[in-house]
Design a binder for this molecule. Structure first.
Ligand code: NAP
Ligand code: G4F
Length: 384
């Protein structure tokens, strides 16, 4: 009997060992899946609100946050434009119908609108204020409307956070335009502001109020001092997109000539997709602060034009000066660029070049796309 039992037992030992191994593997998988769930939970449970969701930066930021697992509430002012066109940037990046993105109306110039929406989402972790009248030239025509959106708007949001949930972290879209007639080259977080437009004056108020809410009430409120950043999703009124569109049309024969204003202005151009990552990083730090976000290189509008034409195989020669300057197609001698003084501004910001060493050291942020890669990307995107 005993012998029978042992021979039965040892005969099955292989099976028993296999069964124990199977149980161990299953237990392991269970433990790890719980840990993974916890980790993804800590990311997916984050909820961010982005104002100006129809704009360039908001589209890239929404995509970035959704990819990180965030739930995103995008807000926009009421519009009569068909949504299928209005949200074209979100569609272009494939996030318009994302299950974790919802869109609401909130005009940041209306304090009640801000308070209502933020109260409704009082469990928010982060708010990114990207809404603005962002076209500098237009701000000379509508200075007080620009002040409402770009100056008072952020203040409405800060106040709504203060009244509902002080733990919500806040990002304010400050700008290199604040440096205006620059007082140092390159510009850092310590360079004094010297605004040269109603746009930058309004942004200076918003910047100061963001710092004030942090210092007075302890809000976690950051300002990103971002230098020009562009992409195929850039508004058509900005010089980079205007150039990219025109060179392709000139190449295709559907436009004769590109008309520009001050082609000697220098800008530090980067790629918007890189810059929104810095916005997110700022709100993940232990302490709220200000950061310059830039590539550290500067180029003239003239250079942007030359490189854009080169991308479609057209080489240009400049001739004349000031308002009479123009560029000719080297092969055909056709005039492809003219100066039109209507694109001049009452006051110009001549030179911007940023030093983002602080962001590199504290956030680990660096730009990945050079201005030449950016130009090629933007021109290529215009080719149908
Ligand atoms: P953008 O494409 O012009 O987007 C701004 C958005 O704000 C637009 O969708 C606009 O709505 C919305 N908006 C305007 N007024 C509003 C209001 N009263 N209430 C709610 N939304 C309103 O600008 P962006 O290039 O993405 O820039 C994002 C932010 O960064 C802006 O604050 C800009 O000033 C700042 N910034 C940009 C750069 C840059 O180089 N791109 C550099 C530094 C700072 P509509 O579509 O209805 O007009
Ligand atoms: O592309 P822009 O209109 O951009 P600007 O004025 O530098 O402002 C952009 O960058 C700021 C950050 O520094 C943001 F805060 C702001 O919201 C916006 O995104 O003009 C760039 C330069 C200017 O010097 C302008 O005078 O290009 C010059 N320019 C020459 N011809 C032209 C044109 N600008 C435009 N938009 N159109 C022209 O025909």
């Amino acid at each position: 009997m005993i012998i029978k039992f042992f021979s039965f037992f040892f005969g099955r030992i292989n099976l028993i060992v296999r069964f124990i191994c199977f149980v161990c593997v299953m237990a392991n998988m269970l433990v790890f899946s719980v840990i993974e769930d916890d980790e993804s939970q800590s990311v997916t449970s984050k909820k961010a609100l982005i104002t100006g969701i129809a704009g360039q930066d908001a589209a890239y930021l929404a995509k970035h946050l959704l990819d990180l697992g965030y739930t995103v509430i995008g807000t926009h002012r009421r519009t009569s434009t068909d949504a299928s066109y209005y949200f074209w940037r979100l569609k272009e990046l494939g996030c318009y119908e994302h299950p974790r993105l919802s869109i609401e109306v909130m005009d940041i110039t209306d304090s009640i609108s801000c308070l209502n929406v933020i109260r409704k989402h009082s469990n928010l972790n982060e708010i990114y204020n990207l809404a603005a009248q962002s076209f500098v030239k237009e701000s000379f025509n509508s200075p007080t409307a620009t002040l409402d959106v770009d100056g008072a708007g952020p203040c409405n949001l800060l106040n709504a956070i203060f009244q509902t949930n002080k733990a919500i972290r806040f990002y304010q879209a400050s700008t290199s335009e604040l440096f205006g007639a620059v007082k140092a080259i390159p510009q850092t977080e310590l360079t004094p502001f010297n605004p040269r437009s109603p746009y930058s004056a309004a942004k200076q108020y918003a910047h100061s109020m963001t710092v004030n809410y942090r210092e007075s009430y302890g809000l976690f409120a950051c300002c990103g001092i971002l230098f020009n950043h562009e992409s195929p999703l850039r508004g058509e009124e900005f010089v980079s997109r205007k150039i990219a569109q025109a060179v392709v049309k000139i190449k295709e024969g559907t436009q004769e000539c590109l008309e520009l204003g001050n082609i000697d202005a220098k800008r530090d151009w980067g790629f918007a997709g890189d810059y929104v990552k810095a916005m997110h990083l700022m709100l993940q730090q232990d302490v709220a602060d200000e950061y310059v976000i830039a590539t550290g290189t500067t180029n003239t509008v003239r250079y942007f034009v030359e490189k854009a034409f080169e991308r479609v195989g057209i080489f240009i020669d400049w001739e004349g000066s000031a308002e009479n300057e123009r560029a000719l197609n080297r092969d055909t001698r056709a005039v492809v660029v003219k100066i039109n003084p209507k694109f001049y501004r009452p006051a110009e910001v001549d030179l911007l070049i940023g030093d983002s060493t602080k962001a590199k050291n504290a956030l680990g942020w660096e730009p990945e796309v050079s201005v030449e890669q950016l130009i090629n990307m933007m021109v290529d995107a215009e080719i149908s």
